[in-house]
Design a protein around this ligand. Structure first.
Ligand code: GN1
Ligand code: MG
Length: 364
């Protein structure tokens, strides 16, 4: 089935104009499809869910439906437009499900593309970064009273840095693609980070910090902005909304947005933590969540930035050792470049930790 056929299964009418695959995203396949209806252009986002990563796509969609429903109520209470500030998943024509299954058993979903919106893979504008911080902070607040036990765990131990390291050590030991010798230095660096990187998970395991409903993939390009006004609109990519630590969301966002380079830039000499970007995001995020956090949680946010960066490096390198099966790669060694980049960033985060602590204090 073509993407166009999928649209028709979602009952999208009008004159088909075009379909373009969007290249961002390391897991699912995403297409932007344009139609003309009633003299107006209508845009949709069609995604094929990666079934080897999300083995139970129905459950992913069930989570998304519940979470967006909850947020929609909050948006209405705040007199905001539900068309702009929350995603809406379409239902299938045939059986009213929030997905369509194609002839080879793949799951597809459809969202309305928010009019006049844009996402940023990189961003130099500090006010936009601050607004991304507020958007993720608000997201956290909207879900503050959502019952986490209603959510399916779609990827178990997703941000469990301890089990991520276990998988890493196993890949090194099994060495199925004989690649260990090629990344000796990277392995050593990651092993040196381990003790500190797993601390956040230990706090969770010991019940010292609470499990909240978190987004778990807070890359800045998962917030949409109004192209004209620059206002932050809906938070996107709700695939991994699950129970987690607030430091996961803060940390993952910092890892992505405050890197001086994009996350797979092979020029690792240039990879640093940009303090101005760090501060802008922190300002937006903390202003939204500060009253909800415990003292220990506040003190774990920067640990989260370090842990999430290291964890992703571990995941990229594990995937390389296991034959590049999880993340989409654009060239051989792509996962190694990604891991090196994240190792360089984690190194700089560690180096700047005192400065980060001083900045975060300012906003609490
Ligand atoms: C994957 O595909 P995307 O960009 O939404 C990954 C995240 C990583 C990210 C790194 C389900 O997200 O955890 O942080 O790549 N998502 C999953 O770019 O593994
Ligand atoms: Mg994602």
């Amino acid at each position: 089935m073509t993407v166009r056929d999928i649209c028709s299964e979602f009952n999208i009418g009008g004159k088909y104009i075009s379909c373009a695959e969007l290249s961002t995203g390391n897991i699912n396949n995403t297409y932007q499809v344009r139609f003309l209806r009633d003299g107006e252009e209508k845009n949709y986002i069609i995604q094929r869910i990666n079934k080897s990563v999300f083995t139970e796509p129905e459950k992913v969609m069930e989570n998304i439906i519940k979470v967006t429903h909850h947020i929609r109520i909050k948006i209405k209470e705040n007199d905001l437009s539900t068309k702009k500030f929350v995603l809406r998943a379409f239902r299938s024509k045939k059986d009213d499900q929030p997905f369509v299954i194609d002839d080879v058993g793949d799951y597809w979903r459809c969202y309305r593309f928010i009019n006049n919106s844009i996402t940023y893979d990189t961003c130099e504008d500090l006010s936009i970064i601050e607004r991304a911080g507020s958007a993720f902070g608000k997201f956290q607040n909207y879900l503050g009273d959502f019952d986490a036990s209603e959510l399916h765990i779609t990827i178990p131990n997703f941000h469990n840095t301890i089990t991520r390291y276990e998988a890493f050590h196993q890949a090194i030991e099994k060495n199925p693609y004989r690649r260990v010798s090629k990344v000796k230095e990277e392995i050593e660096r990651l092993c040196a980070f381990e003790e500190k990187a797993v601390k956040l998970q230990k706090y969770l395991d010991d019940g010292q910090i609470p499990l909240r409903v978190t987004h778990n993939d807070t890359k800045c390009n998962n917030v949409s902005f109004d192209k004209t006004s620059g206002q932050a609109l809906a938070v996107l990519d709700l695939d991994t909304v699950m129970p987690g630590a607030i430091a996961h969301d803060f940390g993952d966002a910092i890892r992505f947005i405050a890197n001086t380079c994009i996350e797979d830039d092979p020029d690792i000499e240039a990879v640093k933590l940009d303090l101005a970007k760090y501060e802008a995001f922190t300002k937006g995020f903390v202003s939204e969540v500060k009253d909800a956090l415990t003292e220990l949680e506040k003190s774990t946010l920067n640990l989260g930035a370090f842990a999430m960066t290291v964890e992703l490096a571990v995941r990229f390198l594990t995937d390389y050792l296991n034959g590049d099966k999880y993340f989409k790669t654009k060239y051989p060694g792509h996962n190694v470049d990604r891991a090196r980049n994240q190792i360089a960033l984690a190194t700089d985060i560690e180096y700047k930790m005192e400065q980060l602590e001083a900045i975060i204090k300012k906003y609490f």
